[in-house]
Ligand binder design. Structure first.
Ligand SMILES: *[C@@H]1O[C@H](CO)[C@@H](O)[C@H](O)[C@H]1NC(C)=O
Ligand SMILES: *[C@@H]1O[C@H](CO)[C@@H](O)[C@H](O)[C@H]1NC(C)=O
Ligand SMILES: *[C@@H]1O[C@H](CO)[C@@H](O)[C@H](O)[C@H]1NC(C)=O
Ligand SMILES: *[C@@H]1O[C@H](CO)[C@@H](O)[C@H](O)[C@H]1NC(C)=O
Ligand SMILES: *[C@@H]1O[C@H](CO)[C@@H](O)[C@H](O)[C@H]1NC(C)=O
Ligand SMILES: *[C@@H]1O[C@H](CO)[C@@H](O)[C@H](O)[C@H]1NC(C)=O
Ligand SMILES: *[C@@H]1O[C@H](CO)[C@@H](O)[C@H](O)[C@H]1NC(C)=O
Ligand SMILES: *[C@@H]1O[C@H](CO)[C@@H](O)[C@H](O)[C@H]1NC(C)=O
Ligand SMILES: *[C@@H]1O[C@H](CO)[C@@H](O)[C@H](O)[C@H]1NC(C)=O
Ligand SMILES: *[C@@H]1O[C@H](CO)[C@@H](O)[C@H](O)[C@H]1NC(C)=O
Ligand SMILES: *[C@@H]1O[C@H](CO)[C@@H](O)[C@H](O)[C@H]1NC(C)=O
Ligand SMILES: *[C@@H]1O[C@H](CO)[C@@H](O)[C@H](O)[C@H]1NC(C)=O
Length: 843
């Protein structure tokens, strides 16, 4: 037993940059409560440096040192010695004379963990399982659980993979990771695979700690050049740093590679030269990476080449790759995200529906895939929207392995600039009962392989971490990555428990910190759904550009088939069988009947399945349009509370992470108002129906910029119009001269919060400064494209619209308000409006 005094020198608030994620091993305040003394050594039953068991020994040493300040030696034999933490496979433990009678039967990657006095046993079914057990033990210790227990834990499914959509070549403003918001790739730079793969090793460590066993390291929109000899050597470098963590490497393939790279004149999957080419490539890869997990293939979707060029089936394509990796124990993950948007015409065809595509393409292939093919299915039928019904394909493949594709990177969900804790959304899908053949058929029991007795199945999480020390660009976004792995291991964990565990590990054990972050996290998805697209209408982001800010107008008439069919009187996709696209009929009978009938369709998916007048009554009694208005006000009001919740943590967590997250939450609070007004304004002008509560279009605290006295600034009509307050903004008249907007205030003297809404474009760092009676209130720069990480916009729109607020400003009647804007490059210091808000009011 040792003393708490040891830790006195550790400050609670040392700066942290997020790199360690939830593996900080922070000193335990009550370290002396350890039941019976900390074991005095570690015995790792494998001394090979690439063994996950060796890694487990090192990790235990590091963890115990951090948590308890006690330095333990690691030894590599003698598994029966007293006062030790023994980690290894059950088999090695038994070979070394250890007693294994008590250990329940374990599945691949499973482990047994027993803490009995100062004797701790961590035994894996395989080496990876031993490492998982070590991480679990350390997680319990780091959360202050020093009690005695013993139990076995097995994964729900064998496939627990991460997909990274990294490109070899950097491009675009947000780096080289498609839909990545945490900086450029950790693996690649300037078209090459980096020599230094330190970050890849750190990533593998984080992933191993949550039970993830493979990472597909390149974009599903793949590039043949990954298969050059030099790049295969580079892939080996990545696999080598993954291996000690039990993480296998997977690779996305470009279907036309035999032609593109191999110089053949065909990529027909049944052509002998093509088959031979892929076998040859696969052999070369496995020579370098003997434990490669396998391939991931996106074919005949969104412009990607595929078997249809040669009138071959998707099963022909998948089986080609499955055959090449089969001798090596590899797997072919084949994406079900196949649709042909070029055949969809909204204007002409009421029954056209992209949501139908997956079942139409795959159902008839059921039973034709090899047993090492896993069809990877996005959770919903469209594309990672804020709420979707579960993809009906899960209920249509009874003789095929399936995995669910979840998106950790928040493509349509705020791109890590908004906090959206995703497990509650994922659970609407995983816990859904599809009632296949009238029997209980939870999605999670289908993908685990249990329901249809499949040999393979599981989870693919699109993570897209980047070089930012926060990995995902935002500290709080990391709870999604953490929870993903834990859920893939055991999908019955509650969302609440997962965020509590994550918070304790990430920010410490203070219960007010845990409770606050838990509350904020659990409210974040419902709030986001409220202020974006509710009632199942989809997220309503700009579908043509970055998928980030609001643009409901883009949801119709677009060529992608993501539609809402909103007109002046009515809204929603009619997906019924009797009168609509027939999508509801793709579900098993009981579920199909529920969605077919407007009375039994839950409100939160009403507009997904039905086309209704804006005046349609919901089960709540409200009309659809009034619900839109109310939800957008409620959701954005909730987002304001996130700022004060976070502010209550000042001093209870380190300053660096506190400040970085506070900045983002303030931005989110402002942007939630942009969302509210853009969506409400759009449907208000479309439907012509007034808000019963008189809020929409009635902003009594605002001074429109275009209504101020302008010098060097001129009015600008924003498109679509509802993306700016009163449809107009101002921009500087030239890109080299500053502009001034001023107004004499007619207000009740007092203390106000002064909010300024402006547009922060993709390029340029304009500067603004606000004055009251020539005295500066504050200044800022249009630099969010370098700070927030979300897809930026080149236009004045719902993506670039931003709010900054100066709090507690004393204002007198007749005061002169002046804003000076200095343009930079192509950013003309755009301004939308000023809101002078009595303290306590947000508008
Ligand atoms: C030790 O680890 C290496 C690398 O993982 C493995 O090949 C070997 O089989 C292990 N040895 C034993 C005895 O488990
Ligand atoms: C510690 O963890 C074990 C295993 O999960 C659990 O059974 C036990 O209840 C926990 N103890 C405390 C005090 O939380
Ligand atoms: C693959 O990458 C190369 C550059 O390395 C680029 O020239 C080529 O256009 C890319 N191919 C595809 C299909 O994206
Ligand atoms: C494609 O294959 C199907 C069935 O194998 C056959 O009926 C059809 O004629 C083929 N089409 C073309 C264009 O070759
Ligand atoms: C759909 O059909 C209409 C009417 O023929 C046509 O104007 C429009 O361009 C078509 N849209 C697409 C995406 O093909
Ligand atoms: C049935 O479909 C037609 C389009 O074919 C549509 O105009 C009509 O509103 C739908 N009826 C109902 C009751 O939804
Ligand atoms: C979402 O909006 C509904 C409807 O106005 C409201 O009842 C609910 O409290 C809101 N939830 C959040 C988290 O904003
Ligand atoms: C129909 O919607 C358009 C906006 O798309 C709007 O300009 C027009 O005023 C609306 N018509 C009616 C009758 O509300
Ligand atoms: C506008 O809002 C104010 C309160 O802010 C309210 O008194 C007024 O009635 C509203 N106007 C309309 C037309 O609803
Ligand atoms: C614009 O300013 C005029 C007077 O300067 C005022 O009457 C009007 O209400 C203002 N409009 C808006 C939208 O601010
Ligand atoms: C992390 O990203 C944020 C913006 O997303 C940026 O401010 C910060 O400098 C980045 N840090 C590193 C180490 O890349
Ligand atoms: C200013 O605008 C002109 C005309 O649009 C453009 O040619 C020039 O490049 C811009 N200057 C800067 C510094 O962006």
């Amino acid at each position: 037993m040792f003393s708490f005094l040891f830790f006195a020198s550790f400050g609670l608030v040392a700066a942290e940059n997020g790199l360690d994620g939830w593996l900080r091993y922070a000193p335990l305040p009550s370290a002396d409560s350890y039941h019976d003394g900390i074991p005095s050594k570690i015995v790792a039953l494998n001394d090979t440096k690439i063994s996950p068991v060796y890694t487990a020994g090192q990790e235990l040493q590091q963890g115990i040192s951090g948590i308890f300040g006690k330095e333990l030696d690691v030894q590599y034999d003698d598994c029966t010695s007293f006062s030790s933490i023994v980690v290894g496979t059950v088999e090695e433990y038994s070979n070394g004379g250890g007693e294994t009678d008590d250990i329940p039967e374990l599945e691949a990657d499973g482990f047994y963990l027993s803490v009995d006095g100062d004797s701790v046993k961590i035994l894996g079914q395989n080496e990876r399982g031993a490492l998982y057990g070590a991480f679990e033990y350390l997680s319990l210790l780091a959360q202050g659980n020093t009690s005695e227990f013993s139990y076995a834990s097995n994964p729900s499914a064998p496939i627990r993979w991460i997909n990274q959509w990294d490109n070899l070549v950097s491009g675009g403003t947000h780096g080289s990771v498609e839909r990545g918001y945490g900086g450029p790739s950790i693996f690649y730079k300037d078209g090459y695979i980096k020599e230094d793969q330190t970050r890849a090793a750190q990533y593998a460590r984080l992933l191993a700690s949550i039970g993830v066993n493979a990472v597909v390291v390149n974009n599903v929109n793949a590039n043949a050049s990954f298969l050059t000899e030099a790049n295969m050597d580079g892939l080996k470098r990545i696999a080598d740093v993954f291996r000690p963590y039990g993480v296998q490497l997977g690779l996305s393939l470009f279907f036309a590679s035999p032609k593109d790279l191999g110089g053949l004149d065909t990529f027909d999957p049944l052509d002998e030269s093509v088959v031979e080419w892929w076998h040859d490539v696969t052999d070369k890869l496995y020579r370098r990476i003997p434990d490669m997990a396998g391939y991931l293939v996106k074919a005949n979707s969104e412009g990607q080449p595929g078997p249809f060029t040669y009138n071959r089936t998707l099963a022909d394509a998948a089986n080609l790759f499955a055959k090449t990796v089969k001798p090596y124990g590899g797997v072919c993950m084949f994406r079900a995200f196949v649709y042909d948007h070029t055949t969809l015409n909204q204007t002409l065809d009421w029954k056209a529906d992209r949501a139908n595509a997956a079942v139409e393409f795959f159902k008839e292939l059921d039973g034709q895939f090899m047993d090492n093919v896993v069809v990877q299915i996005k959770y919903g039928p469209i594309d990672f929207q804020v709420r979707e019904p579960v993809s009906p394909l899960f209920a249509n493949l009874l003789e095929t392995n399936t995995a669910i594709e979840l998106q950790i990177t928040q493509e349509y969900l705020g791109q890590q600039a908004h906090v959206v804790y995703l497990p509650p959304l994922w659970k609407t899908i995983l816990d859904f009962d599809l009632r296949v053949e009238g029997q209980p058929s939870l999605t999670r029991e289908i993908v685990s392989g249990a329901r249809f007795k499949r040999p393979l199945g599981g989870y693919a999480g699109v993570a897209n971490v980047g070089t930012n020390t926060t990995w995902l660009g935002s500290h709080l976004a990391m709870s999604n990555l953490y929870a993903y792995g834990r859920l893939a291991w055991d999908p019955t964990h509650s969302s609440e428990r997962l965020v509590q565990d994550w918070t304790r590990l990430t920010f410490g054990l203070d219960s007010s910190v845990v409770d606050t972050i838990t509350q904020l996290s659990l409210e974040s998805w419902p709030a986001y759904e409220n202020y974006t697209g509710n009632l199942g209408i989809q997220t309503l982001t700009d579908i043509l550009f970055g998928h980030y800010g609001p643009n409901p107008a883009s949801q119709d008439g677009n060529p992608w088939g993501q539609w809402t069919r909103a007109d002046n009187d009515s809204i929603g996709m009619d997906r019924t069988v009797w009168n609509g696209t027939g999508f509801a009929g793709q579900y098993p009978a009981e579920v199909a009947a529920m969605y077919e009938d407007i009375e039994t369709t839950p409100d939160d998916l009403l507009l997904w399945f039905h086309h209704v007048p804006y005046t349609q009554r919901l089960k709540s009694g409200k009309t659809v349009i009034q619900h839109f208005y109310d939800a957008h006000y409620a959701g954005s009001a909730t987002a304001q509370t996130f700022v004060s919740l976070w502010e209550s943590l000042k001093g209870k967590i380190d300053d660096q992470r506190y400040e970085e997250q506070l900045f983002r939450l303030k931005y989110q609070a402002g942007h939630s108002l942009v969302w509210r007004d853009a969506v409400n304004g759009f449907y208000h002008s479309l439907s012509g129906i007034a808000d019963e509560k008189g809020r929409v279009g009635n902003y009594s605290w605002r001074i429109e910029a275009e209504n101020m006295t302008l010098e060097g600034y001129e009015p600008y009509s924003v498109h679509p119009p509802s993306m700016a307050s009163e449809t107009r903004a101002i921009v500087t008249s030239s890109n080299s001269t500053q502009g001034t907007a001023s107004a004499v205030l007619s207000v009740k003297p007092g203390t106000y919060n002064l909010a300024v809404n402006y547009f922060d474009l993709a390029i340029g760092r304009s500067k603004w400064e606000v004055f009251l009676n020539e005295e500066s209130v504050g200044s800022w720069e249009g630099d969010s494209e370098y700070v927030l990480g979300h897809a930026p916009s080149f236009y004045l729109d719902g993506t670039s619209a931003t709010r900054i607020t100066f709090e507690n400003v004393e204002v007198g009647n007749g005061d002169l308000l002046k804003i000076v804007g200095v343009p930079d490059g192509e950013e003309p210091a755009p301004l939308d409006y000023v809101s002078l808000l009595p303290v306590g009011i947000v508008d």
